[in-house]
Each structure stands twice: as structure tokens, then as C-alpha cells.
Design a binder for this molecule. Structure first.
Ligand code: 5GP
Ligand code: MN
Length: 345
């Protein structure tokens, strides 16, 4: 993979681009790709945005949301579009299988493949050009950096800014998590100066939950969440029937994994969900506890030090058992990180 800087000269003549992101988009996946789309269009290029699967309704306010082509729904159309595309930008993931059914089409794509991502362990051999910075707050911030690298800050407008802003807000938990850097806040300031309404953007994203989503939160906190104080850990598990009972929509469980971390002695929270015959999990930690390692070693996953995900081929019950064994194995390490955190400010 060559540095993305070496591709920039090729933006001088009009090209046809596609942009894609990981399966089950979140705000950073959609915010960063839409932000890049509007920027590239302003440079005079033609851009198609491809989502691997249906996008969550809570992000439907994003400009351009309705023009996104969904691979799982129109795979033939996507394959046709890609025939005329010069290069495809891959954002917010770094290995093709994170796009699930779209992976094979990406592998077979004959044009240029460009990576822009902030996850650990990029599969660099799959890309022609790219940039991978795991320390970056969000892919949205990387798109902002890219605009600066192109020396085109003057092209920033409200449309681009609102997309990038929500991506950074979501991946930093509202500029709270340790991945928030001075550069993140500097970007936020620059985006704000375009005139975006940051309060309204957050309301439209986070204050549109359904009654079922909130009742689910009540049930989880009262009856579902298991605490393992000896391990400074917590576990939330959602079997398929709970989805039906609370009529949970796509994106409806977003953020639930974070709640247990607000308990004083909990620094490791895991959320395991059984949906459409699959067992998926989200892991979150605080401080130096690297749960991307746990996700990678035991649950076919990965991600960032403090926010990772994975999956299991086993039943929900068996996965929960495995999780408890993993907790025991890593008890010392987790306890040590907790002690360390107690001693920091
Ligand atoms: P989330 O829990 O919000 O789905 O994901 C948290 C982080 O872990 C994200 O940065 C995401 O990209 C990563 N992640 C989630 N699921 C998987 C997975 O199955 N494999 C890998 N490698 N990373 C994942
Ligand atoms: Mn991200």
C-alpha cells in the first residue's frame, strides 16, 4: 500500500469514484463516507456511495442518505456501477471481510483501492494506496485531514461539516473518550465555523429512539445486566426473542454496552446479541485494558484498544460460557488496569 499522499495528484482530473464502509454502518462509517463524497464532488468527480447492508434509521437525517446504494438489496446494480469506477475508497474498516457479502466484489474490483481507516492491523496488501492511523479519533477526522492535505479547506461547507461532525462525535462519545485529541477539537471548531447547528445534529441523531428502545434499556439495566465485581466486568446478553418483544429496530441497541462502565468499579463491559441466527458482540474498556486483543483471540474480531467487536459461531449460551472463561483467564490483567486507573487522576 502506497501512502495516500501519492494518490492526490490524480484528483486533478475528473474521475469516477465509489466509496464504501463496514457492514452495519454507524455514524462514523456514514458520516465519513458522505463527507468524503461531497468533498470529491466539489472537486468535480462523480461519486457513488455503497453500503454493504441497510443503513440505520437514526442516521437518515444525513444529507445524501437516500442516495446510498445498498449492496445487499441491489448487488447486480452495484457490480454494474463498479465496472465504470476508477477507484474505490474504503473507509472505517481495513480488511474486506468487514463488509461481509460485499467482500468478494471488492477483492475482484479491477480499479484502484484506497484505504482510509483508524482500526488496528490493516490488511495493507489489499489496497493500492491508503492511510491507517489507529490513534485517530474517527475516520471522519481522517477525511478532514485529507481535505487539509489536499489544501482544499476552502471547500468545507455545512453539508460536509455536518457529516464529519457527527462521525467524530459518535466515535469519541461526544469528545469524552481517550481517542479525543487536540486535533479532534480543532477540527470540531473548524466544522462549527461553517455554521452547522451542533446541538440540532446531536438531537437528530441521538434523540430519535423508539419507545421500545428505551423500554429495552430499562429491562437491561434492571433485570439483564450481570456484574462481575471481582473481575471489574459486566455482561449484557440479548437473545433473539427480546428483539421481537421490544420491537428493536436496526441501531436500536447502539450504545447500550457503555452503560455498565458508569459503575465505579466496572472497566470492562461486553454486550452479546443473538440476531438473525448470528451471535455478535461489542466490547468496551477503560484505561490501558486492550480488549481488541480479547476480541481477536477469542471472538474472531478486533477493533480499537477500548472499543472492539467480534462474533461467535457457537450458540448464545456457549458464547456466554466462553466469555466467562475468558474473564477468569484475564482477571489479573483487568484488576491491574483497574488499580492503575484508581491511581490516575
Ligand atoms: P461496535 O461494538 O460498535 O460494533 O464496534 C466497536 C469497534 O469494534 C468498531 O471500531 C468496529 O469496527 C470493531 N468491530 C466490531 N465488530 C467487529 C468484527 O466483527 N471484527 C472486527 N475486526 N472488528 C469489529
Ligand atoms: Mn470509526
Amino acid at each position: 500500500m502506497k501512502p495516500i499522499q501519492e494518490y492526490i495528484a490524480q484528483l486533478n482530473e475528473p474521475k469516477s469514484f465509489a466509496i464504501t464502509h463496514h457492514y452495519n454502518a454507524d455514524a462514523d462509517a456514514l458520516g465519513s463516507t458522505l463527507g468524503l463524497r461531497f468533498f470529491l464532488e466539489k472537486l468535480g468527480h462523480t461519486v457513488t456511495l455503497i453500503s454493504p447492508n441497510k443503513n440505520p434509521a437514526y442516521l437518515s437525517w444525513l444529507p445524501g442518505y437516500n442516495e446510498i446504494v445498498v449492496f445487499d438489496e441491489t448487488s447486480d446494480e452495484v457490480k454494474n456501477i463498479l465496472k465504470d469506477v476508477d477507484a474505490i475508497f474504503c473507509l472505517d474498516f481495513n480488511i474486506f471481510h468487514r463488509t461481509k457479502h460485499l467482500a468478494k466484489t471488492l477483492e475482484e474490483f479491477a480499479g484502484t483501492k484506497i484505504l482510509m481507516d483508524h482500526h488496528l492491523q490493516p490488511d495493507e496488501d489489499s489496497f493500492d494506496y491508503g492511510i491507517s492511523i489507529p490513534a485517530k479519533s474517527s475516520t471522519a477526522e481522517m477525511v478532514y485531514d485529507f481535505i487539509q492535505l489536499c489544501q482544499k479547506e476552502d471547500l468545507l461547507d455545512k453539508q460536509i461539516a455536518s457529516c464529519l461532525y457527527i462521525g467524530a462525535v459518535a466515535d469519541t462519545g461526544g469528545f469524552k473518550y481517550s481517542n479525543t485529541a487536540p486535533s479532534t477539537l480543532e477540527m470540531a471548531a473548524a466544522l462549527m465555523r461553517t455554521g452547522i447547528d451542533i446541538s440540532r445534529i446531536q438531537e437528530r441523531t441521538f434523540n430519535t429512539r423508539s419507545e421500545g428502545d428505551l423500554r429495552l434499556l430499562g429491562y437491561i439495566l434492571k433485570d439483564n445486566m450481570q456484574l462481575f465485581p471481582e473481575h471489574n466486568a459486566a455482561l449484557i446478553t440479548i437473545p433473539q426473542d427480546i428483539y421481537k418483544k421490544y420491537n428493536i429496530q436496526s441501531g436500536g441497541t447502539e450504545g447500550l454496552v457503555n452503560y455498565p462502565l458508569s459503575i465505579g468499579n466496572i472497566i470492562f463491559s461486553t454486550f452479546i446479541v443473538e440476531k438473525d441466527g448470528e451471535v455478535k458482540m461489542s466490547l468496551r474498556s477503560q484505561g490501558s485494558l486492550d480488549i481488541s486483543n480479547i476480541a481477536r483471540t477469542y471472538f474472531n474480531g478486533g477493533g480499537h484498544r477500548n472499543a472492539s467487536g467480534g462474533k461467535s459461531d457457537e450458540s448464545l449460551e456457549k458464547t456466554i460460557e466462553t466469555f466467562k472463561e475468558v474473564l477468569d483467564k484475564h482477571k489479573k490483567e483487568i484488576n491491574l488496569c483497574y488499580k492503575e486507573l484508581q491511581q490516575s487522576v
